[in-house]
Design a protein around this ligand. Structure first.
Ligand code: HEC
Length: 158
């Protein structure tokens, strides 16, 4: 049985949806969006296309990261994350197992989200319909991936 949401919870989810659209989370996390063809059946359900995070002009096999599935699917999405886990992650890039994510995920830009806005985003994500979609595994620089990837941005040269 689907439980009815209180008007307050509904307003929070609406605000979260607004912020997710405004902050462009789907630009990376919706399948197909990185190559200009967002799939509405995989809205925020993770990208099969990766993003290079080291310089592809210097390395034949750059490191590639795949924007994960943000729907609450237990196995392929973030169904096991609590709303607090999501809020902490957005502000610090730190996931529930204390792995700090790459800044390709623009968490440094989200560090100053207010409590209210960060919680609204978390409630919206937790209330999405779960979509089963496993994204390809990230690869480090020097390792090949058979998945498509795009590159953008500036790469630090060492
Ligand atoms: C420029 C692309 C981009 C944008 C925009 C973006 N993300 Fe991400 N996100 C990523 C990538 C890439 C990762 C994986 C990083 C890694 O593995 O180190 C990630 C990881 C995550 C994770 C961790 C999920 C997991 O299973 O580990 C969450 C949660 C998340 N993003 C939420 C968001 C939200 C919410 C927004 C909008 C407010 C957003 N992201 C905007 C690219 C993006």
């Amino acid at each position: 049985m689907v439980q009815a949401l209180s008007p307050k919870a509904e307003a929070e989810i609406r605000q979260g949806r607004y912020l997710v659209q405004l902050l462009g989370c789907g630009t990376c996390h919706t399948d197909g969006a990185l190559t200009g063809q967002p799939r509405s059946d995989r809205l925020l359900a993770g990208s099969s296309v990766g993003i290079a995070y080291s310089n592809p002009l210097l390395e034949e096999n750059p490191g590639v990261v795949f924007p994960p599935n943000l729907t609450p699917d237990q196995d392929t999405g973030i169904g096991r994350w609590s709303e607090e886990d999501i809020v902490r992650f957005l502000r610090s890039g730190m996931d529930p197992v204390a792995r700090r994510h790459l800044p390709v995920m623009p968490w440094p830009a989200y560090a100053s989200l207010s409590d209210e806005d960060a919680s609204a985003i978390a409630s919206y994500l937790k209330n999405l319909a779960p979509v089963r979609h496993r994204v390809p595994a990230n690869v480090g620089p020097g390792w090949a991936t058979s998945a498509e990837f795009v590159y953008f941005g500036v790469y630090r040269s060492q």
